[in-house]
Design a protein around this ligand. Sequence first.
Ligand code: KG4
Ligand code: ZN
Length: 341
Amino acid sequence: MTPDESTLVLGIETSCDETAAALVMGGNDVISSVVSSQIEIHADFGGVVPEIASRAHLEALNPVVARAIVEAGVDGSRIDAVACTVGPGLIGALLVGVSAAKALSLAWDVPFIGVNHLEAHLYSAFLEDPSLEFPLVVLLVSGGHTMLIEMRGHGEYRLLGQTIDDAAGEAFDKVARFLDLGYPGGPAIDATAMNGDPDLIRFPRGLSADRDNLDFSFSGLKTAVMNYVRNHPDVGSADVAASFQTAVVDVLVKKSRRAAEMVGAKGIVLGGGVAANSLLREELLGTCATIGVRGFLPSRAMCTDNAAMIAATGWYRLASDGATALDVGAFPNLKLPLLDA
Ligand code: KG4
Ligand code: ZN
């Protein structure tokens, strides 16, 4: 089946702690998008508990899919294909979505499309602006990943750099926990930092000495924050949060700029949960204006996990690779498919 402008794809996402379903037409027209977050269920534990996540997905998924269909005002029989995240993510959580998506594809007799969650984050920008021109540099920053990717075309990716230890979101979460700011840490630090002095403490900028090295390191920064707070017990959390956030954003933006210059990118695009960060959004746009390339920031709802990006990616994958066989499993460590060079 070759998808076209009227092809309606149901997307399903259950890789971590959001249960989500969405209907997207023609690869970028979001008809409905429903996200049910488990944040409150996991908050008492300070992080996602895999077994609790799987059970919560089981309970939430059918109502979430039903709501996406009702909000779209269509009948199930109008749906042309079902796309679902097959990895990376928590194995139990992934299997809930994959099993449901296969069952719906069988019941409706429509294609099933297995989607890579990382690739879907790259596509969230295309949902809001399909006219983005290649080559693009994508800064993908989430709780599990920190990557700079050159996107040469649809499905054509080259890895320019990635974290050698903690992901950016992980650093936000760990520092927030240390400062007792709550869970999830990113939004908590973002809000607390608004009242702090970002220049009070000069925290280290990992791997920034070599301009051409586009890899990241955040574990030294995390340790530096902990040591500073232990040695200065009277320092305010807002000042620490602001100085920490500035150190992270400084490295992310400088390396994105260098990446764009190295590949002659037409634009820089943000993706992943950390792309919701206020300072990162502001600084990235400023840098894009300085070097004369387009900066594209998907809305905050599209940056964090959602199923619209899964349905959109499913549409493009159906066009390029066709349907996925129903005997496919779930892949907790799935990687982004990369070009050789
Ligand atoms: O992409 P995502 O929703 O889930 C995956 O990891 O796939 O990203 C979640 C991460 C968490 O680490 C969270 O703390 C971070 O994104 N995050 C933020 C902000 N909002 C979410 N980090 C910094 N500032 C924010 N405003
Ligand atoms: Zn994600």
